[in-house]
Design a protein around this ligand. Structure first.
Ligand SMILES: Cc1cc2nc3c(=O)[nH]c(=O)nc-3n(C[C@H](O)[C@H](O)[C@H](O)COP(=O)(O)O)c2cc1C
Length: 263
């Protein structure tokens, strides 16, 4: 097994990491050092949590027996859900390619070097219980998932910057009782996602996302002046409509004073 040296500082520009981070499912069995995984989790933990409860926890799975159990849960969910998905996506070659990668991951699950499981731990603070999902009001749901997914995204970006491949998955958690048992979690800790991590086979390709203008409404829902546009296409337009500041006039030089004669 080849070993890559863990970088001590991630130097990839943030914009590059954000623009190229994507689900990498085909990964090598080569080992990934604990130091690097801890580095990524340390960066993940810089994310905000509701009420600053800091109730996110991460399980780092290397044990083959546990991986096997997660692999079984993942395969069951994929065999069931994937069949429907494949049927509905039968005329969509891009989605079918993604599904091939999901299948590859399912087939090689036990060989994935590290599986990171972000979890939420209940923590009480006065009347507030963080990490406990209530059915209502809706903002509790936001606090619940909002206290873990920012950390998950930080983790994915940091993994990208380190050159690691990772994919955010939930399928192994389809049955929370079985997932909890496989992971040996106490009742006060809930698994939220499962992230297989390793060195990628192949390159990181670019992500394909809809243009920002299709996801933006200005002031009121439905007002979409930038529809179909990327941010780069909008910037010159804004500049053109911005009020021009008057050009500063020519600098007035102080008049040359006649040299005073001494004496
Ligand atoms: C909440 C959530 C759950 C996901 N669950 C799975 C999953 O169980 N299995 C999987 O292969 N991908 C899963 N994904 C990854 C998405 O399929 C992936 O982000 C999407 O296809 C975009 O792919 P790209 O980032 O490579 O462009 C999940 C993503 C999110 C946000």
């Amino acid at each position: 097994m080849s070993r890559k040296k863990a970088p001590t500082v991630l130097t990839m520009p943030l914009e590059e990491a954000m623009r190229t981070q994507r689900a990498i499912r085909r990964i090598k069995p080569d080992s990934v050092d604990d130091a690097l995984v801890l580095h990524l989790i340390e960066l993940a933990l810089k994310a905000p949590t509701g009420g600053n409860r800091q109730n996110a926890e991460f399980l780092i799975i290397r044990d083959k027996r546990i991986k096997r159990k997660l692999a079984g849960l993942n395969r069951f969910a994929w065999n069931t859900y994937g069949r429907f998905w494949r049927f509905f996506a039968r005329n969509d070659p891009k989605t079918l390619r993604t599904m091939d990668a999901v299948q590859w991951e399912a087939d090689h699950y036990e060989d994935i070097p590290v599986i990171v499981v972000p979890c939420l731990k209940w923590s009480r603070y006065g009347p507030i219980v963080s990490g406990f999902r209530m059915p209502y009001p809706a903002f509790w749901e936001s606090i619940y998932y909002g206290s873990i997914f920012p950390a998950v995204q930080n983790f994915l970006l940091a993994a990208r910057a380190a050159g690691l491949g990772a994919s955010l998955t939930v399928m192994p958690l389809w049955n929370s009782l079985l997932a909890r048992r496989a992971l040996g979690l106490p009742p006060w800790v809930s698994p939220i996602a499962v992230i297989p991590v390793g060195w990628p086979i192949g390159r990181y390709g670019p992500t394909t996302r809809k243009p920002v203008g299709d996801a933006v409404h200005i002031d009121r829902y439905g007002n979409r002046p930038y529809q179909g546009k990327e941010a780069a296409a909008v910037r010159p337009l804004r500049r053109a409509t911005r009020k021009r500041r008057p050009k500063p006039g020519p600098k007035l030089r102080p008049k040359a004073r006649p040299k005073s004669r001494k004496g």
